[in-house]
Design a protein around this ligand. Structure first.
Ligand code: BDP
Length: 671
């Protein structure tokens, strides 16, 4: 063993057990022992280098580290190399940000008890690894379940919350290098001079951690802010307005990243309002940003009724535009074709626009996965996406943030793991979901004396948790069975007079006496044909279609015999049961961890698991009782009989908006 490994091990023992503090996320806790080794910094006045050096000086207890800045093409902008030798470690990078990521790499290894004894070169897969905040300027967060916005717009730019720096630091520690501050349903006010001064203040803080600021912009800003008569992207006055605005932004924020745009979607203005295409709109903005090196992330989340099947609409609108986007435009596509459901097939737009830069949009906030009441570790979902969409085929990854001003940042303590995993996978999509889960546990909740069998129980709980949610909410390809508005509980029966049909569950599940599911085969909506031929053939055939997507692509008779040898109805019932059983299992797994985790944390998660188990039961009863009206088949013997009646389930009204997560009290009152 290298002598530095021995001292590292000794120091980890010296640090010993510490009280879990949700405010610190996974960053190094204060050490109580050990000596500080020598950290040699390169000659550089760059503030990012200073932060990197400071992090190691404050928290690194291993071998001496020599930090070197030297151009090395193989490392790109953000990569780093660590070479161990008898004299210590050499950490080298081409740019300051590489040194910062290298420093956090070392601290991560140290704090999760791993050694650094072989040479490593670590280069991120994507240059852009970005969070999208859906934060409104009034402090609310659309689909946020961890309190209010971190950005205190009323106080900025004069008052600097200490959390701004901490936010930048934790992001940098997992490799995130960009942040879009405001909601895609954007207020044009964000581009007013007063707000730009506030944005500039945040950018000044984040810059030291290698994080660039981006803004969501409202396409009608020239009309709303300055009274122009049009926002037509081909109008010279409009283009000039955006050019001037971009110049103003860069005069305040020289390293500003660019714009994110939701256009002609869910009531947002866009180029189509003026008879222009998405490419016309994106390119006009791209032209304004180009002289400054900025980019446009143009979202493909559109669903105008170009086709009766909503799952086909983004493809129908965007695929014909391939090759028309400017080089500094990236089309940002949600992972699935509908809307962040617990499970969706990948969006067929990926791979269908070879002459266009594309990026994936994942949702870290759990809009459709139990808000901050349920454990749903999402890395397996994102890995599933990468099984179908090769990481090389896209240019960047964005995650809709789950961060708010709650003292533990994310509401559910385990939701921190999703923020963490998002960063780790945006850096390297080949990382393994369970390795990341274990690493996060070791950096956070797990104390040193936890036996391996308990630890692996927790890893298993995390890794299976997303599938459990799928099982108790909408297995086998079912989707959008959610209550209208808040997207928390089940309402497969939901009817809202006057609502768009494709906002209602019945549009998606299509339950009738003949069967269940949306027929998207060639004889149905034809959505399968948007996928490459080899896959389309498999998806089109109910006997070959993977069971997890069966009801997404097929309307399946209740008594059809599936591969398992059982009927569709029985298989469906068992999925619901197994999701519910999994949560009950998680309760005992978490109980077994009690002696080895912080007491307050244990209580907090236990409480949330009680809610999750009740919700799982609620979902199972509501969906199965509702569907049974159509299947007219009994529940299999091994599936527990419903505890509730359908009528009682239909009366549940959480009385919450889409900005809130139901409180435990409100859940107790209604269930
Ligand atoms: C849906 C959300 C809605 C967002 C929209 C979007 O329900 O609040 O505005 O996505 O991504 O999932 O634009």
């Amino acid at each position: 063993m290298n002598r530095y490994l021995i001292s590292l091990a000794a120091i980890i023992c010296a640090i010993g057990a510490w009280a879990y503090d949700g405010t610190k996320l996974w960053l190094p806790q204060q050490a109580t022992g050990g000596t500080s080794p020598e950290i040699t910094s390169p000659k550089s006045k760059d503030s990012v280098v200073a932060v990197a050096v400071g992090e190691l000086r404050d928290s690194w207890h291993g071998a001496p580290v020599k930090m070197v800045l030297k151009k090395d093409k193989a490392l790109g902008r953000d990569g780093f190399r660590i070479i161990p030798s008898e004299g210590g470690l050499t950490l080298s990078a081409s740019e300051p940000s590489g040194l910062l990521y290298g420093a956090y790499y070392l601290l991560r290894k140290q704090d999760s008890g791993q050694s650094v004894d072989t040479e490593i070169t670590d280069v991120p897969r994507y240059d852009l690894r970005i969070l999208n905040h859906w934060d409104n300027l009034d402090g609310t967060i659309e689909r946020g379940y961890a309190g209010h916005s971190l950005w205190k717009w009323d106080e900025l730019p004069d008052v600097e919350s200490p959390r701004y720096r901490e936010y930048a630091r934790v992001n940098a520690s997992i490799g995130i290098n960009g942040t879009v501050l405001n909601n895609v349903n954007a207020s044009s006010k964000i581009l007013s001079h007063d707000y730009l001064l506030k944005v500039a203040k945040l950018a000044d803080i984040f810059r030291h951690y290698g994080i660039r600021v981006y803004l969501s912009v409202n396409f009608a800003s020239p009309m709303q802010l300055d009274g122009l008569s049009t926002a037509d992207p081909l109008d010279k006055g409009v283009a000039k307005w955006w050019k001037n605005k971009a110049d103003e932004v860069y005069s305040l924020i020289p390293d500003f990243g660019g714009f994110l745009v939701k256009a002609n979607s869910e009531g947002q203005p866009g180029p189509c309002d003026f008879g222009r295409s998405h490419a016309d709109g994106a390119n006009m903005l791209a032209e304004a940003l180009k002289p400054h090196g900025g980019i446009v992330m143009w979202r493909s989340f559109v669903y105008s009724p170009s086709d009766p099947d909503r799952a086909k609409q983004a493809y129908v609108e965007f695929e014909p535009l391939d090759g028309q986007f400017a080089p500094n435009v990236i089309v940002q596509i949600k992972n699935g074709p509908v809307d962040f459901q617990p499970r969706e097939p990948y969006s067929p737009l990926f791979g269908a626009m070879p002459a266009t830069k594309q990026m994936a949009e994942f949702q870290v906030t759990q809009e459709y996965l139990g808000h901050s009441n349920h454990i749903a570790y999402l890395a397996p979902m994102w890995k599933e996406f990468f099984e179908y969409v090769s990481p090389e085929s896209i240019s960047a990854v964005a995650g809709v943030a789950n961060v708010g001003d709650d003292s533990n940042w994310t509401g559910h303590p385990f939701a921190q793991a999703n923020w963490y995993a998002f960063g780790r996978l945006a850096w390297n999509p080949d990382e393994d979901a369970s390795t990341i889960a274990r690493e996060w546990l070791e950096l956070t909740v797990v104390e040193d004396d936890m036996p391996e069998n308990v630890k692996s129980g927790l890893v298993d709980m995390m890794v299976t948790s997303r599938e459990a949610v799928v099982d108790y909410m909408m297995p086998m390809g079912l989707h959008h069975l959610f209550a209208f508005g808040h997207h928390y509980g089940p309402e497969p029966w939901c009817d809202v007079p006057g609502a768009r049909p494709d906002w209602l569950p019945k549009y998606y599940h299509r339950a009738d006496s003949a069967g269940l599911g949306f027929d998207r085969t060639l004889s149905g909506s034809g959505a399968v044909s948007q996928y490459p031929d080899s896959l389309a053939g498999v998806l089109n055939d109910a006997d070959q279609c993977p069971e997890e997507f069966l009801l997404w692509f097929h309307h399946v008779p209740w008594n059809k015999t599936l591969k398992s040898g059982d009927t569709m109805w029985n298989t469906l019932c068992r999925h619901y049961e197994s999701g519910y059983d999994a949560v009950k299992r998680y309760q005992s797994v978490w109980d077994s961890a009690k002696p080895y985790v912080d007491e307050a944390l244990h209580q907090d998660v236990s409480r949330r698991l009680i809610a999750q188990a009740r919700d799982a039961r609620w979902w199972k009863d509501a969906c199965l009782l509702y569907f049974q009206q159509y299947s007219n088949m009994p529940f299999p013997k091994d599936v527990e009989a419903p505890e509730h009646t359908l009528d009682a389930m239909k009366k549940v009204n959480l009385g919450i908006t889409n900005y809130e997560s139901p409180s435990m009290d409100s859940l107790d009152a209604v269930r």
